[in-house]
Design a protein around this ligand. Structure first.
Ligand code: SIN
Length: 358
């Protein structure tokens, strides 16, 4: 194994990118209090050294540390760095596949971001990008990071006939498309993938694989990665009992470019928001409606007629819809600079119709 080399590695290898997270975390009293820890403490090359004896024979690994943070502090700048690193690495003929170790708190955002900006590229090049993380810190007695990392390395380096190139994720022995990642439990070892359509690692079933192929056929072109300081400002607002019109009105005095409205149930919004949302549309603020339940579809004109220009999020959860809206707004800006009259709705609609894997 070679790690963080000064000279670029030219022989075929899997690149393991470290972003931090619990998988790189350390607890001060791991035996008794494994959940009291600091995320992003151990370098990715040390995580690899720890599992060296279990790495499949013939698989060469190279590591690259892009960040080492608690992912609750993820920035848009860092997402751009990650996306650009992935694109450059995919283009490198010596890189056969990529693994990314990431904090689970915002791995949902990283998953949709990488699918929408690098998914087609990975598919065309026939390379897999596998996101993984852990729920227990690296020095906990039952640490789940080593097995997750090994699964990710095995999947990234498995011959292609078993599963096409693309952006995937693996945790707790299960794999899914990275765009389906969802952390839906605070502490359970299967917190991240349990809510998503997934397949046992090493036992990829045909119906899951045909779902992957349907998504890949529908995703025809990656969206541009925004420059670090050019991400459009988009916020998530939650509709709830006692919602106030001022919540929307306050944002209309800011430079916000878009609002993701996490409604109750099927994505219903409190009537108290109605007039200020009409003002938001008139002001040119992009609106996307989703559900605060964390699962299920948000359909156009259900439960009531959508405001003109406000799009329903389909199967995108609020955090995913936010990233998708930011990328769609950025794509609109780039298209207009190139003299094309495409709107954010054109780009967002392409994302919403991606088939759901069941
Ligand atoms: C983080 O997201 O960095 C901390 C939590 C985790 O990785 O499970």
């Amino acid at each position: 194994m070679s790690a963080n080399q000064a000279k670029p590695e030219t022989s075929p290898h899997i690149l393991v990118i470290g972003m931090g997270g619990t998988i790189a975390g350390l607890a001060s009293n791991p035996a008794e209090q494994p959940l009291q820890y600091q995320a992003g403490q151990v370098e990715v090359k040390s995580l690899l050294a720890h599992i060296e004896s279990a790495i499949p024979k013939g698989v060469k690994l190279v590591s690259q540390q892009v960040a080492n943070i608690n992912s609750r502090n993820m920035t848009e700048d860092l997402l751009s760095d990650l996306g650009n690193t992935v694109r450059v690495s995919l283009a490198n003929p010596a890189v056969l596949g990529l693994v990314i170790t990431h904090g689970t708190d915002t791995i949902e955002e990283a998953g949709i971001f990488l699918q929408l900006t690098c998914g087609k590229y990975a598919q065309i090049l026939g390379k897999r990008v596998i996101l993984t993380g852990a729920m227990l810190p690296a020095n906990a007695p039952q640490a789940d990071g080593p097995s997750n990392l090994l699964d990710a390395i095995r999947w990234a380096s498995t011959p292609l006939d078993n599963c096409p190139g693309g952006v995937y994720a693996v945790m707790d022995g299960r794999g899914c498309m990275a765009m389906d990642l969802a952390k839906r439990h605070g502490t359970a070892l299967n917190a991240v993938i349990q809510a998503s359509p997934s397949s046992s690692v090493g036992l990829i079933n045909p119906s899951w694989l045909s779902g992957v192929k349907a998504v890949e056929a529908a995703w025809t072109e990656d969206l541009p990665i925004p420059k670090g300081n050019e991400w459009p400002w988009v916020e998530i607002l939650t509709s709830h009992a006692g919602a106030r019109s001022e919540t929307i009105a306050l944002w209309l005095n800011s430079k916000v470019k878009g609002l993701v409205l996490a409604g109750s149930g099927m994505g219903g919004l409190h009537d108290a928001w109605q007039n200020s949302l009409i003002s938001a549309v008139k002001q040119g603020v992009a609106l996307v409606r989703t559900t605060r339940t964390g699962a299920g579809l948000t359909l156009t004109d259900i439960p009531e007629k959508d405001l003109e220009g406000c799009l329903a999020s389909g199967r995108l959860s609020a955090p995913r819809a936010r990233i998708a809206l930011q990328l769609a707004l950025n794509a609109e800006k780039q298209a207009q600079l190139a003299g094309k009259s495409l709107t954010w709705q054109d780009f967002f609609a392409r994302i919403v119709v991606l088939p759901e894997i069941r």
